[in-house]
Write a protein that binds this ligand. Structure first.
Ligand code: PAN
Ligand code: ZN
Length: 181
């Protein structure tokens, strides 16, 4: 990656050379358990769930990936908008997550099924150690912006998250929902 300096905002980040990737509901519909609600929404529109703004890393393994994610506010049935969620293929590659705006949860789950949840909001920094799959859930009413930094040698492993049935709700919500069923 080339040298850069930028305000921690999407506009400034784009000007500094970031690439943008857009994730819509039709691409990620299998994440949500309420299929009827997914189909109902998709009949009218294909909402953007989140956007990732990434500084192009150099192919060198020792470089860093530095990106801002904007996770929009909304729900599909009971489940708030969330990132796809993944493990890093190399279990030694961790990730720093810094909240910039909005409020949400960094949900961590390892291959043993252990779970941890950390807040994602302005002024909070969290570390997801290697071996912990991670997903961010927007539990607030406004867009959630966060910065993520990890090693560029990292390969996203989305399949393991699917196989392990990665959680889609903060624990207290899940308990509340099942208690009301
Ligand atoms: C993050 C995520 C980003 C989008 O930068 O890649 O928030 O989430 P998904 O990759 O799960 O769709 C990160 O964890 N990078 O490693
Ligand atoms: Zn990651």
């Amino acid at each position: 990656m080339k040298n850069f300096t930028s305000e921690l905002s999407v506009g400034a980040y784009l000007k500094a050379g970031a690439n943008k990737t857009v994730r819509t509901l039709s691409q990620l519909k299998d994440l949500y358990s309420n299929r009827e609600e997914v189909n109902r929404i998709l009949e009218n529109e294909d909402p953007v769930l989140y956007e990732v703004f990434e500084m192009p890393p150099s192919p060198k393994e020792t470089d860093l990936l530095v990106n801002i994610t904007v996770l929009h506010a909304g729900v599909v049935g009971e489940e708030p908008f969330m990132t796809k969620g993944h493990f890093h293929q190399d279990p030694d590659t961790g990730e720093v997550v810094i909240g910039l705006k909005g409020s949400g949860i960094l949900l961590l789950q390892n291959r043993k099924g252990e779970i941890q949840e950390f807040p994602v909001e302005e002024g909070k920094v969290s570390y997801a150690a290697g071996g912990w799959g991670h997903r961010v859930i927007n539990t607030g009413k406004e867009d959630l912006h966060f910065l993520a930094i990890s090693g560029a040698n990292m390969i996203h492993d989305y399949e393991t998250a699917v196989k392990l049935n990665f959680k889609s709700l903060p624990v207290e919500n899940k308990e509340r929902i099942s208690a009301n069923e």
